[in-house]
Write a protein that binds this ligand. Structure first.
Ligand SMILES: [Zn+2]
Length: 457
């Protein structure tokens, strides 16, 4: 009996080390192929070139949907299809016009963009004095009479003090989202927000704004950090200066749009699903290379790497291009609702939506035993600089699967430069580095390979 146990455990350990060996070989294959390939980078260039400003509901988004659909159709997926959902159609209209004047004659032009979802100004535009606040709370403490009839300017730079720049973004985002809604209650005519950008440059950075409670809707704008500094100086010299703002945004009736989905059928568990994806829409002012064309292309690249290395997943892999993350997440909701309605078993979902810079790890939204299991695979990632496996948020789109108890993860990337690109015309494919993006693609493929092989239970 003793001998038998000894032999048995010997056989087991041989199997275990063989599996480990296979996984190391697979890891190297995935990274080698990704780092030597130009395919994904060229796809990103094409997507950003033919469909910049692909906000949900726009003609540009339809071009992007068709492009991804055809691209995936040309790959050996078992099936590629479009999943319908209704989306808002908000259009920025003609380019904004803005300037300030200290003396009523001389006009200094400023770079601004309308915030997403903003109402339009009148055709004449708005010319009014300005009042500056550093937060919504700061404004709420002010004498309402000092705000009425003015343009409220929320001027708080993003904190430079954190290593993770997302933290600074989180601290400031409420002024952009709710600033106009709150200021309208005090009789303000419009709101300008200093762009959420860690650099000083002339790119305005837009993003969603919301009208919650007020009847009276006023327009919202983002000003570039460079122009914000210039405006600060001018206000310091003359607090009576006036600002002119004009935009022509239009909200149309909702219309049908689509997620684009490609599936590789699982060889052993065709009814168990692993999702990998990014969001296809981008802001109207942006080619959307980092946010999130890159995440979409990386997700498609996961499938291409499996095809290239001959890996046949045991579970069904779904590559999902989510539509409408930036405004209402209608694509993500449709995907999760359908998964729940059809009682699908989802074993894992992964999203890339933090910019396609150098990958540093994964943020895992799952119980501790799942986080521990993923962490036990660390050694396969470490040679490629992917070292941090932590409990945390995953991605906005896959986040809707949380209600179904699905283990979720987000690719974490180096964030120092991200907010120089985010939601602006500066988010170009030229600002994506091929090797950095491909390290992320391979890390995602390796994560999905390991989950597919060993599960997360
Ligand atoms: Zn995004």
């Amino acid at each position: 009996m003793k001998h038998f146990i000894l032999v048995f455990s010997l056989i087991l350990s041989v199997f275990a080390s063989k599996a480990q060996n296979n996984d190391s070989i697979m890891s190297k294959k995935l990274f080698d192929d990704a780092l030597n390939s130009n395919i994904a980078y060229r796809q990103l260039f094409e997507l950003c070139s033919i469909a910049p400003g692909r906000l949900a509901g726009t003609p540009e988004s339809e071009i992007a949907i068709d492009y991804m659909f055809e691209l995936m159709k040309a790959m050996p997926f078992d099936t590629v299809y479009k999943q319908p959902c209704m989306v808002r159609k908000w259009i920025r209209g003609t380019e904004e016009e803005a300037w300030f004047t200290s003396d009523g004659n001389h006009k200094t032009k400023i770079n601004i963009d309308a915030l997403g979802g903003s109402v339009s100004t009148s055709e004449k535009g708005i010319l009014a004095p300005v009042i500056v606040f550093s937060s919504i709370e700061d404004m709420q403490k002010a004498n309402p009479a000092s705000i009425k009839g003015k343009i409220v300017y929320f001027n708080r730079p993003m904190s430079q003090n954190y290593y993770m720049t997302f933290r600074a973004y989180g601290e400031n985002a409420s002024m952009r989202v709710y600033g106009a809604d709150e200021a309208s209650k005090f009789g303000a005519l419009a709101v300008i927000v200093r762009s959420l950008n860690t650099a000083t440059d002339t790119f305005p950075h837009t993003g969603i704004m919301r009208y919650k409670t007020s009847e009276l809707r006023i327009p919202g704008f983002a000003i570039s950090t460079f122009d914000a500094d210039a405006l600060d100086k001018a206000i310091a010299n003359n607090s009576n200066l006036k600002i002119f703002l004009k935009c022509s945004c239009v909200e149309y009736a909702q219309l049908q749009s689509y997620n684009v989905i490609g599936e590789i059928k699982g060889s052993e568990f065709p009814n168990h699903f692993i999702t990998v994806g990014g969001h296809l829409d981008s802001w109207y002012n942006s080619p959307g290379a980092h946010d999130d064309g890159g995440g979409c292309i990386q997700s498609v690249e996961v499938a291409r790497l499996f095809f290239a290395t001959g890996y046949q997943p045991r579970n069904t892999l779904r590559v999902v291009m989510f539509i409408d993350e930036e405004m209402e997440q209608r694509g993500a909701r449709a995907y999760a609702n359908s998964a729940i309605a059809n009682d699908e078993k989802h074993i894992f979902a992964l999203e890339s939506d933090r910019g396609v810079t150098v990958p540093t790890g994964f943020s895992i939204d799952a119980p501790k035993n799942v986080v521990d299991k993923i962490e036990s695979w660390k050694s396969y990632f470490e040679p490629y600089g992917v070292r941090v496996f932590e409990k945390g948020g995953s991605g906005v789109d896959i986040g809707f699967l949380k209600q179904a108890g699905v283990p979720l993860a987000g690719l974490v990337t180096e964030s120092q430069r991200y907010f120089e690109f985010h939601h602006s015309a500066n988010d170009t494919w030229q600002n994506v580095n091929r090797r950095e993006m491909q390290l992320g693609s391979a890390a995602m493929a390796l994560m999905i390979y390991l989950v597919d092989r060993y599960g997360l239970d």
